[in-house]
Design a protein around this ligand. Structure first.
Ligand code: ADP
Length: 415
C-alpha cells in the first residue's frame, strides 16, 4: 500500500492529535517519530511524521521538514499536510510560515491554506482572528505561554513576517457560500491564504475545496474530512482497518510538563486524590532527578509527577535559570523519569504537554506509534515499543481534554 496523504507535524502531541482524527475514518494511520532512517517499510495510507520543531531555529525546522517530505514522497505521497497547533503557536521568528514555504518549493505547490480551526476543541477562526473558546487568542491563557506567548490574534498579521510572499484571507462569508465559492476565492488569492472556519461544516467545505491541493496546512481538524473525500474520489481503495488495539498490562504513571491553563486544572484535580510530586526546575538543576526517582520507587497506584505551574512561578524559574534552561531541565527530568519507570515495570504513561511529550518519547527511544482509541478529541492512546517492551502512551497537548482527563485516560485501559 502506498501512502495517500503524508503529514508533517511540528510536535508530538500535534502528530498524535492529527493521527487520531484521521484514524476516526477507520483508515490505517501510522505515526513515525522523527524522519525514519533507511528505506520505506510498511507504509500506511496515512503517514504522519512527528517532528519537534515548533520552537527550533528556522533553518533546522526547514531542514527537518524537507527531509520528512522527501521520505513521505518516497512512501508514495502526492499530497501533503503541514500540521501545527490550533493556537498557531509561533513567534515572529517562528516556523509555521518558513516551513510552509519550504514545502511549497519542494512539492511545487503554488498556494497553500492556513486553517488552525478545531471547533470541537473551541478553536475557531473568524475574519482571520483566532478564538480560544469565547476570547481572542491574544486574550486567552496562550498570551502567557512559556515558549510562544501569543500577543496577536490575527493570523494574517502573525503569518506575514514569517513568509516572503503575500498572505490573504478567505473569510467565513465565502466559506458559508460553499465549495465552489471557496475554490473561486482561492483562485484569486495570495500564495498564503488564511481560511476562516467556525464549525465542522466549514471544515468539510474547505477540505473538499482543497481535496486536490498538493499542500494544505493547519490544525488537525481540517484534515479530518480528507479520508472520506479520498475514498469518494477513489484515491483510497482499501481502508486497511487497523488491527485490534490492546493496551499492555502494568502500572501507570502521569507526567506533566505542560503549563497550559487546562493542564493546571487537570493536575490539581488528579493530585487531589492520587500521589503526586511537584518538580521544581531549580531543585532539578541543583540536585538532579534522583530524589524524584527515590520518591517514585515508594509509590503505588498511578502517581503524578508534574512541573506544571502558574505563569508567575514559571517566570521565576525562567528568571533564575534562563527560559531555555528552565524548559530543558524539566524536559530532561521527565525523560529520565519515564525511562526509570519503564525499567521498573510501568507500561502505561500519560504525558501532558507537546514539548514534554516530545522529550519523553525521545528518551524512551520510541520511533513509531500505533494509533488506538481516542480518549478526548485529538488525544488517542497509542502503543509503542520502548527497549523491547510494549508501552501505552497518551500524549496530551496542553489545552486538550477535560479536567478529569488523567483519570478518564487510565480508566479507559482498565475497561
Ligand atoms: P504546554 O505548551 O501545554 O505548556 P509544553 O510541554 O509544550 O506544554 O511546553 C511547556 C514548556 O514549559 C516545556 O518546555 C517545559 O519544560 C517548560 N516548563 C514546565 N514547567 C515549568 C516550570 N515550572 N518552570 C519553567 N518551565 C517549565
Amino acid at each position: 500500500m502506498s501512502t495517500v496523504l503524508g503529514a508533517i507535524a511540528d510536535d508530538f502531541t500535534g502528530a498524535t492529535d492529527l493521527a487520531g482524527l484521521l484514524a476516526r475514518s477507520g483508515a490505517r494511520v501510522s505515526l513515525r517519530i522523527g524522519v525514519p532512517e533507511g528505506p520505506v517499510e510498511d507504509a500506511a495510507p496515512f503517514e504522519v511524521i512527528a517532528l519537534k520543531i515548533r520552537t527550533a531555529p528556522v533553518a533546522e525546522a526547514v531542514a527537518q521538514a524537507r527531509a520528512a517530505q522527501a521520505w513521505l514522497a518516497q512512501a508514495g505521497a502526492r499530497r501533503f499536510f503541514w500540521k501545527y497547533c490550533s493556537t498557531f503557536d509561533s513567534t515572529a521568528e517562528g516556523n509555521i510560515g518558513p516551513v510552509a514555504e519550504a514545502l511549497m518549493q519542494a512539492t511545487g505547490a503554488q498556494q497553500t491554506i492556513y486553517c488552525p480551526a478545531f471547533p470541537e476543541n473551541g478553536r475557531t477562526v473568524f475574519m482571520g482572528n483566532l478564538f480560544v473558546g469565547q476570547v481572542p487568542l491574544a486574550e486567552s491563557p496562550m498570551k502567557d505561554h512559556p515558549l510562544t506567548p501569543m500577543r496577536d490574534s490575527n493570523l494574517v498579521r502573525l503569518l506575514l513576517p514569517q513568509v516572503t510572499r503575500d498572505a490573504g484571507l478567505v473569510d467565513r462569508l465565502t466559506v458559508a457560500r460553499g465549495v465552489d465559492a471557496v475554490r473561486a476565492a482561492l483562485a484569486q488569492a495570495a500564495p498564503h491564504v488564511v481560511v476562516d472556519a467556525v464549525a465542522d461544516s466549514d471544515l468539510n467545505v474547505i477540505a473538499e475545496a482543497c481535496r486536490d491541493a498538493v499542500l494544505m496546512t493547519g490544525g488537525s481538524a481540517v484534515a479530518m474530512p480528507l479520508p472520506d473525500l479520498y475514498r469518494a474520489s477513489g484515491l483510497l481503495q482499501d481502508a486497511g482497518a487497523a488491527a485490534v488495539w490492546r493496551a499492555p498490562d502494568g502500572p501507570a504513571l502521569v507526567l506533566s510538563g505542560s503549563c497550559s491553563a487546562m493542564t493546571q486544572a487537570q493536575v490539581a484535580r488528579y493530585a487531589a486524590s492520587n500521589p503526586s510530586y511537584r518538580l521544581d526546575p531549580l531543585a532539578l538543576a541543583r540536585d538532579g532527578v534522583q530524589p524524584v526517582l527515590d520518591w517514585l520507587a515508594g509509590q503505588s497506584g498511578a502517581p503524578l509527577i508534574y512541573a506544571t505551574a502558574a505563569p508567575d512561578v514559571v517566570r521565576a524559574a525562567q528568571d533564575a535559570l534562563g527560559r531555555d534552561k528552565a524548559g530543558a531541565v524539566v524536559e530532561d527530568a521527565l525523560g529520565r523519569i519515564a525511562c526509570a519507570a519503564r525499567d521498573s515495570g510501568t507500561r502505561r504513561i500519560v504525558v501532558a504537554g507537546g514539548e514534554s511529550a516530545g522529550a519523553v518519547t525521545q528518551a524512551l527511544g520510541v520511533t513509531r506509534l500505533d494509533i488506538g482509541p481516542e480518549i478526548a478529541p485529538g488525544v488517542p492512546w497509542c502503543a509503542a515499543t520502548s527497549d523491547g517492551q510494549t508501552v501505552a502512551l497518551a500524549l496530551k497537548s496542553g489545552n486538550f481534554g477535560t479536567e478529569d482527563f488523567f483519570a478518564i485516560a487510565l480508566e479507559m485501559l482498565d475497561k
